[in-house]
Design a protein around this ligand. Structure first.
Ligand code: ADP
Ligand code: MG
Length: 267
């Protein structure tokens, strides 16, 4: 890990819904150029963590500092402007636009241009949008409507859209959901390229063990709102207790995290 100041520093972060502690005092750091996997069984608190970082949910306790600035209490739009991006599913209303138009839209939004200006600004940043599409391997399909694309290709366009405002940190909650293994690998390889080429930091959730081992620089494991382990993928896998449950279980992180929690494995 880099010795530079962390890009994201989360300390004692917590959020309850009624009596349920969805996230229970977790702390972790993320550096520029790092691909960090957040894993754990359903209900572990992964999405709640994401939504506190992006401002959709307000934390009950703790702090989230991004480049030294406190994010807790800030509006999602302000957090996005500070350089925290996230992948969105392409809205149905935009599916009729072409691939490159969708990316141009995202760029207009970043520049604060109004939607009503869209038609006049049809050529706005087309070249820049094409550069981004080239990076995600979608330049050749730039002028096709998104509605005609294969699922894996839509995901690539969504990644290009998320990159349109040049975020320093990209949040990806289950980016490969619904994808075939080959498509998953291809999307994560692409994400890894962006991390390397742009020094981007990525926080992502992923269910496939193979994908996490292949692409994550580091991982943190949540169970019932608690951070139960963190380290490099091989350190997590080689943790005696995690290893014990890993080789005895199906190859899913859900099972590892559940059993690790039961065994009291800690970071
Ligand atoms: P994960 O993404 O790891 O599956 P979540 O963060 O979605 O987990 O959920 C963590 C816990 O918080 C679960 O018990 C879930 O039922 C609860 N939870 C999440 N969001 C809400 C909400 N908006 N209202 C009430 N409970 C919620
Ligand atoms: Mg979730």
């Amino acid at each position: 890990m880099s010795t530079a100041a962390p890009l994201l520093k989360v300390e004692n972060l917590g959020k309850s819904f009624g009596g349920v502690k969805a996230v229970d005092g977790i702390s972790f750091e993320l550096h520029a150029g790092e691909l960090l996997a957040l894993i754990g069984p359903n209900g572990a608190g992964k999405s709640t963590t994401f939504n506190m970082v992006n401002g959709q949910l307000k934390a009950d306790q703790g702090s989230i500092r991004f480049n030294g600035h406190e994010l807790v209490g800030q509006k999602p739009r302000a957090i996005w402007r500070m350089g925290v991006g996230r992948t969105f599913q392409i809205a149905e209303t935009f599916a009729s636009l072409t691939v490159v138009e969708n990316v141009q839209m995202a760029m207009l939004s970043h520049d604060g241009k109004l939607f009503s200006m869209w038609r006049r600004a049809a050529d706005h940043k087309r070249d820049e949008a094409l550069v981004l599409l080239d990076q995600v391997g979608m330049k050749s399909q730039a002028d096709r409507p998104c509605s005609e694309l294969a699922y894996g290709d839509v995901k690539r366009v969504e990644l290009a859209i998320a990159m349109a405002n040049s975020p320093q940190l990209l949040l990806m909650d289950e980016p490969t959901a619904g994808m075939a293994p080959k498509e998953r690998n291809s999307l994560m390889a692409l994400t890894k390229d962006l991390v390397i080429q742009r020094g981007l930091a990525v926080l992502f959730t992923e269910h496939s063990m193979d994908v996490v081992f292949a692409y994550a620089d580091r991982m943190i494991v949540l169970a019932r709102g608690r951070l139960i382990a963190q380290g490099k993928p091989l350190e997590i896998r080689d943790h005696p207790k995690v290893q014990e449950v890993y080789f005895g279980s199906g190859k899913t992180f859900e099972k590892i995290a559940e059993k690790a929690a039961a065994l009291g494995v800690t970071a």
